[in-house]
Design a protein around this ligand. Structure first.
Ligand SMILES: NC(=O)c1ccc[n+]([C@@H]2O[C@H](COP(=O)([O-])OP(=O)(O)OC[C@H]3O[C@@H](n4cnc5c(N)ncnc54)[C@H](OP(=O)(O)O)[C@@H]3O)[C@@H](O)[C@H]2O)c1
Length: 337
């Protein structure tokens, strides 16, 4: 399968490493022979229709800061030209998230679909802004569209619900979907430390971004809840439909009181038909959602299976490449491979 990688940052590189490491596994276990025919970043592109040497690409791009430094690479804003012009089966859209416009990912995805290329993305922006439009465009264009990595990182939230739990009606989805806020709340709980102190340390450790607004105000979680509501509950939700509260006002005393009552406080996103919400909630200690550190967790409430929970790493290039590769294998199987 010929792949185009649009975005060669943490995930583009993580996926490339996984493709190198798992080449013979993919061939042996899945009959899948992936070939990256182009990689694009903000500064340029590397293209080779016979397949880029990924080890060399990682080395060269790591050193020069752009894939354009690869032999024969070109400089400039080339994403659309590559998406439309390079012969390929699948476009990976791995550019930064913009939750206001969805761009540049939204246009990348639409152009890829119009060019009859299957799309795999980790980018929440286009999904939050235009889920319904992209879902129906994929159908109209006859292409596959996968976005497992956009919610839960390595945790197969979407796949579990869509495939293995497909015989159930999903009544409610509750999740710890943001590693940064979970890390902060976990440390506040373990050390009785105030929010501001833990946030500063998390920033020093690189667990929290320099501008952590989207995480701590609950907006990142609200984006994921919007995606889950649309993809799993068949809703036509927008980000503005989610009632959101962040974790800034959570005090260590509140966490201590909760603990004395056998509970903890987590930032929980909740999706059910007719109500979408994000906010700090009490969770019984020992419940599957009471995960520590940067872990993510999701609980589905279902008509037949009653309750199913899943937990794992919600971010990281290696961990998230599990979902990015899983989507590729899923498309390969869907196409009869
Ligand atoms: N990192 C994770 O663990 C994780 C997990 C789940 C989902 N995600 C989501 O996945 C996406 C990628 O994450 P990341 O961590 O890999 O981000 P990143 O490290 O910031 O990489 C983004 C890449 O996109 C490129 N880019 C930006 N604008 C572009 C444009 N107009 N055309 C072509 N390339 C462009 C950047 O190029 P330059 O380097 O040249 O600027 C860079 O290579 C984001 O939407 C993120 O929210 C990330």
């Amino acid at each position: 399968m010929r792949l185009v990688l649009v975005g060669f940052g943490n995930l583009g590189r993580g996926l490339s490493r996984a493709l190198i490491q798992k080449a013979s596994f993919l061939r042996r276990s899945h009959g899948l022979i992936p070939r990256v025919v182009a990689a694009v970043d903000e500064f340029g592109a590397a293209v080779d229709e016979k397949g880029l040497n990924l080890t060399r690409l990682l080395k060269v791009a790591g050193k020069a800061g752009t894939v354009a430094a690869y032999k024969g690479g070109k400089r400039g804003k080339l994403a659309l030209r590559v998406i439309e012009g390079v012969e390929a089966d699948v476009v990976y859209e791995l550019t930064p998230t913009n939750i206001k416009t969805g761009e540049p990912g939204l246009t990348h995805i639409k152009r890829a679909m119009w060019a009859r290329k299957h799309v795999i993305t980790s980018n929440k922006g286009p999904l939050v802004v235009a889920f319904g439009e992209l879902d129906s465009l994929a159908r109209r264009c006859g292409v596959e569209f996968r976005y497992s990595a956009s919610v839960g990182g390595a945790v197969p939230v979407v796949g579990l619900a869509k495939e293995l739990l497909a015989g159930n009606e999903i009544r409610e989805i509750r999740g710890v979907l943001n590693g940064t806020t979970n890390y902060i709340l976990t440390r506040m709980s373990r050390e009785d430390a105030p929010f501001e102190v833990v946030l500063r340390e998390a920033q020093e450790l690189g667990v929290a971004e320099k501008d952590p607004t989207l995480d701590i105000e609950g907006i990142d979680t609200a984006c994921k809840i919007t995606i889950l509501a649309n993809s799993l509950l068949g809703m036509n939700a927008r980000l503005k439909d989610v009632k959101v509260a962040g974790i800034k006002r959570v005090r260590p005393e509140a966490i201590r009181l909760a603990r004395e009552a056998g509970q903890t406080i987590k930032l929980i996103g909740i999706a059910k038909r007719g109500s979408l919400e994000v906010g700090p909630k009490l969770v019984p200690l020992g419940h599957p959602l009471a995960v520590g550190g940067t872990l993510n967790a999701v609980t589905f409430e279902l008509d037949l299976a009653r309750e199913i929970s899943i937990t794992g790493f919600g971010a990281g290039p290696k961990e998230t490449s599990s979902s990015l590769l899983g989507d590729l294998i899923d498309i390969h199987r869907t196409l009869g491979g």
